[in-house]
Design a protein around this ligand. Structure first.
Ligand code: SAM
Ligand code: DTB
Ligand code: SF4
Length: 341
C-alpha cells in the first residue's frame, strides 16, 4: 500500500482498501495512524465526555448486547425519564469534574413527541452550564431532529454498531437503513454526528472493516466516532456467548480497529468508549498512540462501570496527556467563585 495521505479526508474508500489497512504490519499501521493523528490534532489532548442514562431499561429493541433491552432478562430495573433538574445537577457535577461534553442516553427504540418538552428543558439547562450537549434517544424523524437542534443539542449519537453483513446477527427489530436515515436527519438539521460501533461481538475482521467503511463513506464523516468494546452483560445473547466462550476480540486487533478508524476518518474524534474498564493502562496507551483522542469518564457509562476518576487522572499524568478544552473547566470554576461571592 502506498503512503497514506494524512492531509484531507477521503469519502471514496472501498471495502477492499479498508481491509488492506487492517492487514498492514501492526507497527506500520500504528505508525501511519499516529502520523494522521498528528496532522489534525495535538496528540497530547484527549477529550472527556460524561454519560448519563436519563431513561433506563425496558427498551423495545432486541440489540443482542444490551442490558436495557426488554427482550432479555438482565436484572436491570426499568425507570422512567428523569426530571430535567436532576439531570442538570448531574451535568454540573460532570462539568466541575472536567467533562467537556455531557451525553444523555435513553433506552428508547425511537423518540416520542410527548417527551420532547422535558428533553428540551434538559438540553437547554445543560448547555447553559457551558457544556457541549449530546443525546442518544433512538430513531428520530426529520422534524424531531430539528426540534432537538432548536433546543440546543450539539451532537446526536446513533451507532451503526457493526458492518452491514453482520448486522442481522446483532439486532432484528430495526434495519441498517433506518439507522442511516436517522443519521441523515441529524446532519440535515445541522447537528454534529456521533456514530460508531461495537467490536468483540463475534464479528470477523471483514465485519469490522465493513463498519469503518460505512462510516468513512457517509456524506460527512462522523464528528465523533466511538469504538466500543463489548461489555459482556449476563442475560444478553452476545454477552452470554462471550462469558461462556471467552473474549471475542484480541487486544492487538482492538488497537488495529482504532488505528484504521483514525486513518479512514482523519478529522473525527475517535472515542475509546465502552470496555475501557476491562483494559490495562498499557492497552489504553496503545489506543491513544494509534489515534484515539476521546474517552468517557466519571465511573459509569449508562449501566456498566468505567474506571474511576482517580485512576484516569493518574493515567493521564503518567502518559503526559491533558483534557481537551480545559477552558470550560476554568470558566466553570470562575462562575462558581462569582456565585459564591
Ligand atoms: N437506545 C439508543 C440507541 O440504541 O441508539 C441509545 C442508547 S444505546 C445504549 C447507545 C449505544 O451503546 C449502542 O448503540 C451501543 O453501540 C452501545 N452499547 C450498548 N450496550 C453496550 C455493551 N454492552 N457493550 C458495548 N457497547 C454497548
Ligand atoms: C457509545 O457509542 N457508547 C456509549 C454512548 N455511545 C452512548 C454507551 C456505551 C454503553 C455501554 C453499556 C452500558 O453502560 O449500558
Ligand atoms: Fe434499546 Fe439502544 Fe439498548 Fe438497543 S442499544 S436495546 S436501542 S437501549
Amino acid at each position: 500500500m502506498s503512503k497514506i495521505n494524512a492531509a484531507e479526508p477521503r469519502y471514496d474508500w472501498t471495502l477492499t482498501q479498508v481491509e488492506a489497512l487492517f492487514d498492514l504490519p501492526f507497527m506500520e499501521l500504528v505508525y501511519q495512524a499516529a502520523n494522521v493523528h498528528r496532522a489534525h490534532f495535538d496528540p497530547s489532548e484527549v477529550q472527556l465526555s460524561q454519560l448519563l442514562s436519563v431513561k433506563t431499561g425496558g427498551c423495545a429493541e432486541n440489540c443482542g448486547y444490551c442490558s436495557q433491552s426488554a427482550h432479555f432478562k438482565t436484572g436491570l430495573k426499568a425507570e422512567k425519564l428523569m426530571d430535567a433538574d436532576v439531570v442538570i445537577a448531574k451535568a454540573k457535577a460532570a462539568r466541575d469534574g472536567g467533562a467537556q461534553r455531557f451525553c444523555m442516553g435513553a433506552a428508547w427504540r425511537e423518540l416520542k413527541d410527548r417527551d420532547l418538552p422535558k428533553l428540551a428543558t434538559m438540553i437547554g439547562g445543560v448547555k447553559a452550564l457551558g457544556l457541549e450537549t449530546c443525546a442518544t434517544l433512538g430513531m428520530l424523524t426529520a422534524e424531531q431532529a430539528q426540534q432537538l437542534k432548536d433546543a440546543g443539542l450539539d451532537y446526536y449519537n446513533h451507532n451503526l454498531d457493526t458492518g452491514p453483513e453482520y448486522y442481522g446477527q446483532v439486532v432484528t427489530t430495526r434495519t441498517y437503513q433506518e439507522r442511516l436515515d436517522t443519521l441523515a436527519y441529524v446532519r440535515d438539521a445541522g447537528m454534529s454526528t456521533c456514530c460508531g460501533g461495537i467490536v468483540g461481538m463475534g464479528e470477523t475482521r471483514r465485519d469490522r472493516a465493513g463498519l469503518l467503511w460505512q462510516l468513512a463513506t457517509l456524506p460527512s464523516h462522523p464528528d465523533s466516532l466511538p469504538i466500543n468494546g463489548l461489555v459482556p452483560v449476563s442475560g444478553t445473547p452476545l454477552g452470554d456467548k462471550v462469558l461462556s466462550e471467552g473474549k471475542a476480540i484480541d487486544s492487538i486487533e482492538f488497537v488495529r480497529t482504532i488505528a484504521v478508524a483514525r486513518i479512514v476518518c482523519p478529522k473525527s474524534m475517535v472515542r475509546l468508549s465502552a470496555g475501557r474498564e476491562g483494559m490495562s493502562r498499557d492497552l489504553q496507551a496503545l489506543c491513544f498512540l494509534a489515534g484515539a483522542n476521546s474517552i468517557f469518564v466519571g465511573g459509569k457509562l449508562l449501566t456498566t462501570p468505567l474506571p474511576d476518576m482517580d485512576e484516569d487522572s493518574k493515567l493521564f499524568q503518567d502518559l503526559d496527556l491533558k483534557p481537551m478544552g480545559g477552558k470550560v473547566q476554568v470558566e466553570a470554576k470562575a462562575e462558581d467563585m462569582i456565585a459564591a461571592e
